[in-house]
Design a protein around this ligand. Sequence first.
Ligand SMILES: *Cc1c(COP(=O)(O)O)cnc(C)c1O
Ligand SMILES: [Zn+2]
Length: 413
Amino acid sequence: MKNVKHAKCVKCGKIYEAVPNLTSCSCGGILDIVYDYDYIRTVLTKEKLAARRDNSMWRYRELLPVEETTENTPLRVGWSPLYEADTLAKQLGIKKLYVKDDGINPTASLKDRASAMAVAKAREAGAEVIACSSTGNAASSLAGNAAAAGLRTYIFVPSRAPKGKVAQLMTFGATVISVQGSYEETFELSKAAIDRWGWYNRNAAINPYLSEGKKTVSLEIMEQLGWEVPDYIAISVGDGCTIAGLWKGLKDLYAIGFIDKLPRLISAQAEGCCPLNRAIETGGDWKPMEENTLADSIAVGVPRNADKALMAIRESNGLVVNVSDEEIMAAQKLLGRTCGVFGEPAGVTGAAGLKKLCGEGKIPADATVVSVVTGNGLKDVANAIAACGEPISIPGDMDRLLRAFEENGIVVE
Ligand SMILES: *Cc1c(COP(=O)(O)O)cnc(C)c1O
Ligand SMILES: [Zn+2]
């Protein structure tokens, strides 16, 4: 890889050669991939990108840690739409709002970006089996992307994972282990199994390439905005790999001179599980929390990418905001009704956090904000119905329809 120098531990600074099956540092710290930006400047220009027909995350290969000979993964991951959400911007009292709908990815979450990267690196490592533990979306995205590439998967999910995600896993033919316990226990079991059988490891805590895949979300946002940097980007946070990746992409673009400033990040977590935001608020280290929220994808009591995530929030002079499950459900409704975007609870937590900050007067009225929707609502229909209610249910009869309209106060013009 001519564009990659090496991997470096974010804790102790130790340097490692960037081999495909990199794990974490001997000190326990996570590694970060370090690029040769001088080289990248010579091979990538905005014009070259603009002319590129590949509308997937692989359009940014010069900024990704893969060998030149590595094939693009088969599913079309990335290049999700960035919608102008003018109605919602007005409601929130800000100048401009964009909604990046990453729920339209092949397995319906932003995690596809990391899983496609994992599949590419597993192929480079010559692996035939990939494994991970996940709250659900990392699992389904790995299972789908691996199936398309002809690789087998072993997947560990906590038993609370919503049915939609489990259905994806079963459809993609993964060997699924549903662990009767917390995400923390699920993670520990997957780790022990991976150590025992030597599978390729797609745990974001361990594999430093995953946040490099996830960073393509911010590369896209910036290209879609014509390299005009927004004031804020709001996103939901669990393990912390996503927000760390988002920040890495922005810093890459800054380093190669594609953008001239950096936005502030908005880290949104659930009130019932916000160990990273609490660390920022208290200025101290993070401490484990219960996993007490309906936003299952970000119910992570022991965040595995804490160092990278906290660094990203702090470096960006970011804001943190914790939202209740009620506020998350309200945001599901709001995005659905003003944007036609259907997010799962964790998918809309960034928007819920943005709404809360706007209500508290913490976002200036002239701000431009991007809110990333990280997962699709169809993955968890039970919570969507809980948030938005049941439909009118009647027999197929006009009289009953008229009566139902009357009873529900619906005036038809
Ligand atoms: C995984 C996930 C997140 C958070 O990503 P982390 O890397 O765990 O912080 C947010 N939303 C959805 C839908 C996810 O699946
Ligand atoms: Zn180290």
